[in-house]
Design a protein around this ligand. Structure first.
Ligand code: NFS
Length: 673
């Protein structure tokens, strides 16, 4: 008996404490539910498995078979010369820089390969090889064409006329695809950056040549016995990351907008409570909207809805996880069911009839969880299969996209009739306004009279808005789910900093009710609250998925262009953050933000502590080259104040710090009255 109790206690001690694991009530309930059902999730694994201390420091080298060589920082730090080295002589700085570079390469590859898929589908559309996708936003196509050097006007009989749209589309598609492998030149989009920034890149020799080449370059350079200078390795990190932010990811966003529509503000909901017991629930999870766009259309088609009703369901409820969720939210108002860390939980509701995944951020453990339920787990991408036998693979092809999508939806409807476990959907969801972007910020915050971003700039200059923060990125099971995002963002808006958000951070904001205009009165400082109230926007603007971080770059560029706030991104009172990052993609994003002049703070930790010199290079020296630098702060309140201090420093440099003091005095005076 005593043995049994001990065993139980031991087992319980390896389970996650729901209250410690997350601040989201739906997640807490579902972790408890998983324990009742005896189903293990990422939250439990985070308790039972600790990360490797040397890997955490960034100084484990496993790029050749003489290693792994492990170079942890000695207790008490290093006094005098750092004599640590691997078998080949590689220093801690070289090792940490190589590891960092490989994360940049992987992140760039992931975003940019997503971009490539989109570009390939766009080429099929332009060549009229598919009927299932169309050009939904010709205005966007015309606006991006000149960046590829594609003419949008033609001369006919001495008169300038609009060029045929099909011709423009084909030329843009061909030029876009070439960006991945053109033999010479530089990426077409780089000149979209403010001129001084472009000139900095040019001077430092980091203009990306083509996207694939910069990734291959990192893999070559970081192989055994090549680049042994952490500064030179970091230089290539910049070049590759720019190929992501001002290349592959930016083209992904643009071409998605052209084919699926540029988002504009709309209302939706978020969290696991969007699932409905009496509906067929389909969860799409992953990243590429090429698939999910078709699933949205299939779910809304009459024949599929009739089929669902025939099988006893009241309808089809579609929901998303991760960035696919953001893609279909932004364009169709489909509600996200949760962030990265909630993927297993969606299945544990017992109401998930099918989970359809493509690429990135998909847990392999989903298959083990799905096994306990009726859920059909469907992989769709040739690049991303699962070894478990209960997983179904339906390869998605743009040439018969609708047919594939309907096949998947039909399978989900059939699965609805096979539910076996008790359904347990946590009753939590929040309303949100999403769908912001460069164009809609201009519409809402730009003056129609003065054009562009004038009103936004004016409010920054007069101090009602203290500055701009981009808060993005993942969840990480090593931190309390959503806590860092929400605590940080509340602190920023309390201090009049407007927040632009994407990725899982945006979903976290939605599930915690921060994406409504009403939030402003509750959480914002007086200046930001006033602006939000007048304009009718939330203080936290949802700009889409992680590839849509490029919308933040372009919005910031518009701010520079509108005038009065310096002439480069690094002049702006702005800062970036990924408080719960986990993915290599986040490192690529961080590097392109820093290399674009943005002070960027990551939460949790950075794998740099074992290499203090390299760390100092990223945290201080990079600023001298590009105007931006890295930082790390796990505590969300301190994290917010590091960003605010940077914003205030920039306000002072711009000479607009006094304006803000006046605004605040006005408010105090008003309150005194
Ligand atoms: Ni971004 Fe998307 Fe989420 Fe992180 Fe994963 S979904 S591309 S990587 S976990 S924010």
């Amino acid at each position: 008996m005593a043995e049994e109790t001990k065993e139980k206690a031991e087992k319980a001690s390896k389970l996650a404490d729901p209250m410690e694991a997350s601040i989201c009530p739906a997640t807490q309930e579902m972790i408890k539910r998983s324990h009742v059902l005896g189903i293990e999730t990422v939250f439990d694994r985070a308790v039972s498995m600790k990360p490797c201390n040397i890997g955490l420091q960034g100084t484990c080298c496993k790029i050749c078979a003489m290693g792994p060589c492990r170079l942890p920082l000695p207790k008490g730090g290093i006094e005098g010369e750092d004599t640590r080295k691997g078998l080949c002589g590689a220093t801690a700085n070289t090792i940490a820089a190589r590891n960092f570079a490989r994360m940049v390469a992987a992140g760039t590859a992931a975003h940019s390969d997503h971009g490539r898929s989109v570009a390939e589908v766009f080429l099929s559309v332009a060549r009229k090889e598919t009927q299932d996708y169309k050009i939904k936003d010709p205005k966007k196509l015309i606006s991006i064409a000149p960046h590829f050097g594609v003419a949008v006007k033609v001369e006919v009989n001495g008169e300038e006329k609009d060029r045929d749209l099909d011709e423009i589309a084909l030329e843009v598609a061909e030029k876009a695809i070439a960006e991945w492998g053109k033999p010479e030149g530089e990426l077409a989009y780089l000149k979209r950056a403010p001129k001084p920034l472009y000139e900095k890149w040019k001077k430092n020799g980091v203009l990306p040549r083509n996207i694939d080449r910069e990734v291959v370059d990192i893999m070559h350079r970081t192989t055994m016995g090549v680049d042994q200078d952490y500064k030179n390795i970091t230089k290539q990190c910049t070049r590759a990351s720019l190929a992501d932010g001002w290349g592959g990811a930016m083209m992904a966003t643009d071409l998605q907008d052209v084919m699926f529509g540029t988002p504009s503000p709309l209302q939706s909901e978020a969290n696991l409570g969007i699932m409905k017991e009496d509906h067929v629930n389909i969860i799409v999870h992953g990243h590429e909207p090429v698939l999910s766009e078709m699933i949205v259309a299939a779910c809304q088609s009459k024949d599929m809805l009739d089929y669902a009703k025939e099988k006893g369901a009241k309808g089809i409820q579609l929901g998303g996880i991760c960035c696919t969720a953001n893609e279909i939210l932004q364009r169709h108002g489909i509600p996200p069911a949760g962030t990265f860390l909630q993927q297993e939980l969606a299945i544990i509701t017992g109401a998930c009839d099918a989970m359809v995944v493509d690429v990135q951020c998909v847990f392999q453990n989903l298959a083990n969880v799905a096994k306990c339920f009726h859920t059909k787990l469907i992989t769709t991408h040739p690049m991303a299969k699962m070894e478990q036998s209960n997983v179904i693979h339906i390869e998605f092809d743009e040439h018969h996209a609708m047919e594939d999508a309907k096949r998947i939806v039909r399978m989900a409807v059939d699965s609805f009739t096979e539910r076996k476990a008790e359904v347990f959907i946590p009753p939590y969801k929040e309303v949100q306004i999403a769908g912001f972007g460069v164009e809609s910020i201009e519409y809402h915050l730009g003056g129609t009279f003065r054009g562009s971003y004038y009103t936004l700039n004016d409010n920054i200059i007069n101090g009602r808005i203290r500055g701009i923060a981009g808060v993005v990125g993942c969840n990480n099971a090593r931190t309390k789910h959503n806590n860092e995002h929400i605590t940080l963002i509340k602190e920023l808006i309390k201090n009049d900093v407007i927040v632009l958000t994407t990725g899982c951070s945006a979903i976290a904001c939605a599930t915690h009710g921060l994406l409504t205009p009403e939030t402003a009165a509750v959480y914002c400082g007086p200046g930001l609250a006033e602006v939000c109230e007048v304009v009718g926007i939330p203080p936290v603007l949802h700009l889409g998925s992680c590839v849509d971080n490029t919308r933040i770059l372009l919005a910031a560029t518009e701010v520079v262009k509108a005038g009065g706030l310096g002439n480069d991104l690094c002049d702006l009172p702005a800062a970036g953050s990924a408080p719960e990052w986990m993915s290599e993609k986040a490192i690529a994003i961080g590097q392109y933000f820093v290399s674009s002049g943005v002070y960027t703070v990551f939460g949790y930790h950075m794998p740099l502590d074992g290499a203090p010199v390299f760390k100092d290079y990223l945290y201080n020296e990079m600023e001298k080259l590009y105007g931006g630098k890295w930082d790390c702060e796990p505590d969300p309140i301190k994290h917010a104040h590091k960003m605010i201090a940077h914003i205030d420093k920039k306000r002072k440099e711009l000479g607009i710090d006094k304006a803000r003091e006046r605004v605040l005095m006005d408010m105090a005076d008003r309150q005194a009255l």
